[in-house]
Design a protein around this ligand. Structure first.
Ligand code: IMP
Ligand code: MG
Length: 332
């Protein structure tokens, strides 16, 4: 029987420290499973274990703590990338024997990657991993299932029990339904997507929503115009915050936190906890600004910035109980 499900999901455009939060929760939480419900190796998770930095794309962060790690039916799997990542983790001393793939996950083929590179990557700044073409084939019912492509021992038996943690990929505003379409990814990134793993919504206990003290965007999006790359204050944040894509190595566009969008994402996601990451980067630059109700507001110090965010997040029509402000790579 499933006792409860906790979910970690991003409230912005990805790259907000989900891997870090997941890893910290797994360390404390005695979870029986850590599961991914969407996306593929377009994701990039940076996790610090005993002070050392690791980067993964496909395998849930439970693998760093010996917990059964499930790649769910809503995910797309590149076999070479999976093999490569398993080897990387094994070579770094992690136990990969508990990594499982849903037999219903879809396989990314070479043709998907070629189509992504030639048609989508330039227009939308995709990660070129074949994600959209693979999901297109899934929806058109001509995809290849993991059970027909991967070794039997890797297959998940589709059973969940005890305490379950679900690790989101990408972010709220990259969601295919809620993002700035067509500048989105091809999956459901909102926490309700986690139910595709095979549990009812009533089992959800807590939803940890992550964001940063400023916004970033990898890839093309008219909401993040190129001019942002010319603003010296934002460029400084980008440099201090090492805002380069884990998957693509591209420079991310940085903007001041959009509190209106954060409130919307928090409310719709049903986040019970919000973790605002990388506050130390703003502490380093000494610039505290955010957009609220369409106006750019400046703050004297971190305390007033923090108080403002907490106040409006808590008084909105949502379920937020706890708000944490966290440094990088410090754990919540
Ligand atoms: P795709 O998922 O490769 O099709 O890319 C679609 C859009 O989502 C592009 O703008 C990517 O930059 C963005 N994207 C996909 N995965 C991530 C991620 O893990 N972090 C941040 N942006 C992402
Ligand atoms: Mg990422």
């Amino acid at each position: 029987m499933i006792e409860y499900v906790d979910i970690v999901a991003d409230l912005s455009w990805g790259d907000t420290g989900k891997g870090k939060v997941t890893s910290a929760l797994v360390k404390e939480g005695e979870y029986d499973f850590v599961c991914r419900w969407a996306g593929g190796n377009n994701a990039g998770h940076t996790v610090f274990v005993d002070g050392k930095k690791y980067k993964t794309h496909l395998i849930p962060s439970g693998v760093f703590h010996g917990v059964t790690s499930v790649i769910g039916p809503g995910c797309v799997v590149n076999e070479q990338a999976l093999t490569h990542e398993l080897r990387y983790l094994e070579n770094n001393g992690f136990d990969i024997s508990k990594v499982r793939v849903s037999p219903r996950a879809h396989i990314v083929k070479r043709q998907h990657i070629e189509d992504d590179v030639s048609f989508l990557a330039k227009r939308f700044g995709t990660t070129s991993k074949g994600i959209a073409p693979c999901y297109a084939d899934k929806m058109a019912r001509r995809g290849t299932l993991a059970k027909d492509a991967l070794p039997y021992w890797m297959m998940w038996d589709e059973k969940l029990y005890g305490k379950v943690l679900c690790e989101g990929a990408q972010g709220f505003y990259l969601d295919v339904d809620h993002g700035n379409y067509p500048y989105v990814t091809s999956s459901t990134t909102l926490p309700y997507g986690a139910c595709s793993l095979g549990f009812p919504p009533q089992k959800i206990r807590r939803i940890y929503g992550t964001c940063k003290a400023y916004d970033t965007r990898s890839g093309v999006d008219p909401m993040f115009p190129e001019e942002l790359l010319k603003d010296p204050e934002l460029l400084r944040i980008a440099d201090e915050g090492e805002e380069y894509g884990v998957t693509t190595g591209r420079r991310r566009k940085v903007n001041w936190l959009n509190l209106d969008l954060l409130i919307k994402a928090t409310t719709i996601s049903g986040a019970t906890d919000v973790i605002v990451n990388k506050v130390d980067i703003l502490m380093g630059t000494g610039t505290y600004r955010l957009f609220h109700e369409g106006v750019l507001k400046s703050f004297e110090d971190f305390a007033s910035f923090k108080q403002y965010i907490s106040h409006f997040l808590k008084t909105s029509d949502n379920h937020v109980g706890q708000i944490n402000f966290s440094k990088h790579p410090e754990i919540i």
